[in-house]
Design a protein around this ligand. Structure first.
Ligand SMILES: Cc1cc2nc3c(=O)[nH]c(=O)nc-3n(C[C@H](O)[C@H](O)[C@H](O)COP(=O)(O)OP(=O)(O)OC[C@H]3O[C@@H](n4cnc5c(N)ncnc54)[C@H](O)[C@@H]3O)c2cc1C
Length: 318
């Protein structure tokens, strides 16, 4: 039996593993389908503190893993398909393993996957002109033309934010009405750098030898195909938190994000903690994920020492 199982190997899970391992708790870390998490799908990371020249995403994640291994964290490949949190020790069923693993505590750090459009040219160019994170990648597009795809609040926010860098931001949405709140729409509409291409269905991210050249769309009114030229395409159509495997045993919000007690990483089940993007509807950055991974490990230690009072009444009142 393990003192602690960490599910997921993004910045939050690996930071939790480093802290647990250094506290001599010998965590078992389950890698999941994407060992190293979302940052392994990008190129340069320029906003993670400690790397003045930036660092490649995969290298950063490899370093975090080595740091956890150095202090005795054990890693296992596969992903968690089922858990039983109804009694302690908790059971965690990993693919390819006959018997479920047992642990006194579990840290869920399974992230939230950005939704993509699923059109040709999109996946091949993630990190090379296609992005799902304006905060992360806007800086790379100074003085360039950008497209933002989406019609919700986050698309409006990303479009407005990206005008700080871009010469022009075109907002593409497949309907002529937006889902975004009026205030967010107004803010984007007041911004002269934001152009609108509504009622356009994205068909393909078009590239040439210099990189992304634009987005091919169908004009739903005329039925004609058009090319909207841009150097970057930001897809802002939401995220899906990876919480399905929990089978409803952990309290989530309407979108599937884990609800934690404010200011902690405690879930509704004592001894189960959540950190990183899977519980973060707002920031979703590597450094905030890492920070909450540290919190989860410290909460876990406290729980194992028997020094944690589980009081969820405040959370449930909200
Ligand atoms: C293309 C791109 C570029 C980005 N650039 C930046 C940047 O420059 N700066 C920045 O701060 N942030 C950036 N981000 C955001 C950053 O990557 C995330 O905020 C961060 O990775 C979240 O960390 P996490 O640990 O919560 O989850 P993730 O990194 O999403 O990792 C989740 C982990 O959980 C595992 N997992 C999922 N389900 C299961 C399961 N059932 N069983 C076992 N394991 C499972 C996965 O395999 C993975 O290892 C970028 C994101 C993307 C997509």
């Amino acid at each position: 039996m393990y003192k602690s199982i960490v599910i997921g190997t993004g910045p939050s899970g690996l930071t939790a593993a480093i802290y647990l391992a250094r506290a001599n708790l010998k965590p078992l870390v389950i890698e999941g389908l994407e060992p190293g998490g979302q940052l392994t799908t990008t190129t340069e990371v320029e906003n993670f503190p400690g790397f003045p020249q930036g660092i490649m995403g995969p290298e950063l994640m490899d370093n975090m893993r080595k740091q956890a291994e150095r202090f005795g964290a054990e890693f296992r490949s596969g992903w968690v398909e089922e858990v039983d949190f109804s009694k302690r020790p908790f059971s965690v069923k990993v693919t390819g393993q006959e018997d479920a693993l047992q642990a006194e505590t579990v840290i869920i750090s399974t992230g939230a996957s950005a939704r993509y459009l699923g059109i040709p040219g999109e996946q091949d160019n993630v990190g090379r002109g296609v992005s799902t994170c304006a905060t992360c990648d806007g800086f790379f597009f100074r003085g360039k033309k950008i497209i933002v795809v989406g019609g919700g609040d986050s698309a409006m926010e990303e479009a407005s934010f990206l005008t700080r860098f871009a010469s022009e931001v075109t907002l593409v949405h497949r309907r002529d009405e937006l889902r975004a709140s009026k205030i967010m729409q107004d803010r984007a509409r007041e911004n002269e750098k934001v152009k609108w291409a509504l009622n356009r269905t994205p068909l393909e991210v078009v590239t040439d030898d210099k990189g992304v050249k634009g987005l091919k769309v169908r004009n739903n009114e005329s039925g004609q195909e058009e090319l909207i030229e841009a150097n970057g395409v930001f897809v802002a159509i939401g995220h899906t938190p990876n919480t399905k495997f929990l089978g409803g045993q952990i309290k989530t919000d309407d979108h599937g994000y884990i609800v934690v007690k404010p200011g902690t990483t405690e879930t509704n089940v004592p001894g189960v903690f959540a950190c990183g993007d899977v519980q973060d509807t707002k920031y979703r950055q590597a450094i905030t994920a890492a920070g909450s991974g540290c919190m989860a490990a410290m909460d876990c230690e406290k729980f194992l020492e028997g020094a944690m009072v589980h009081d969820w009444s405040e959370t449930l009142d909200q």
